[in-house]
Design a protein around this ligand. Structure first.
Ligand code: HEC
Length: 179
């Protein structure tokens, strides 16, 4: 296992995230490599190069592995992240605010909190009717880009950009926080 993951920009294809010894927050260089933006920059600069295509797939693999590696987020850190949701959501009780309560949301079908049924957007209710369940993967996508995951939904929140924040806040919601 190569643990000094991203010490070199010139050889990103050998980077293997060290899932056992890795620090919770990977070094900034790794985070830069993991961002889709840098993946785009690479492929745009040299569209035809097989070598760079290989690097690109390696980056995709890294992104996938990184999400998997973070699947078990930290609920304690997630509680802090949830401060950014609290203006609109309650997770420790079933009280609705501007948004539906998120108590027990992990595993819940989208748009089905009983007490909020009269307030959901049609978009959110249809997404649920079409089978969208808030498991970890779907929550990850939604919290990253709410408007992309459920187009037309009315959550006025741009999304979380940091993968750790997302994994941690999901872990917090999953832990069924008490008041
Ligand atoms: C500005 C208010 C606001 C903020 C901030 C906000 N949300 Fe929301 N959220 C909403 C509203 C309103 C909805 C309902 C959307 C709809 O019906 O289209 C919603 C819906 C959701 C849903 C779907 C719930 C369901 O029952 O289907 C989840 C999950 C969610 N928000 C999580 C979060 C998390 C986690 C955060 C913080 C990282 C957050 N939201 C921040 C307003 C907000």
């Amino acid at each position: 296992m190569i643990s000094c993951a991203a010490t070199s920009h010139s050889k990103p294809e050998i980077i293997v995230p060290a899932r056992h010894e890795a620090p919770r927050h990977p070094p900034a260089t790794v985070q830069r490599l993991l961002r889709p933006r840098s993946y785009k920059a690479v492929s745009q600069n040299s569209p035809g190069s097989a070598m760079l295509r290989a690097v690109s797939s390696a980056s995709l693999l890294l992104i996938a592995t990184s999400i998997a590696a973070h699947a078990g987020g930290d609920p304690v850190q997630g509680k802090h992240v949830f401060n950014r949701c609290m203006a609109c959501h309650e997770a420790a009780t079933d009280r609705d605010k501007v948004g539906p309560h998120l108590k027990g949301v992990v595993g819940r079908t989208a748009g089905t909190a009983e007490s909020f049924l009269g307030h959901y957007s049609e978009a959110m209710k249809s997404a649920g009717a079409a089978g969208l369940v808030w498991d970890e993967a779907n929550l990850t996508e939604y919290l990253k880009a709410p408007k992309l995951k459920v187009p037309g939904n009315k959550m006025a929140f741009g999304g979380l950009t940091n993968d750790d924040d997302i994994a941690n806040v999901i872990a917090y919601l999953k832990a069924d926080p008490k008041p």
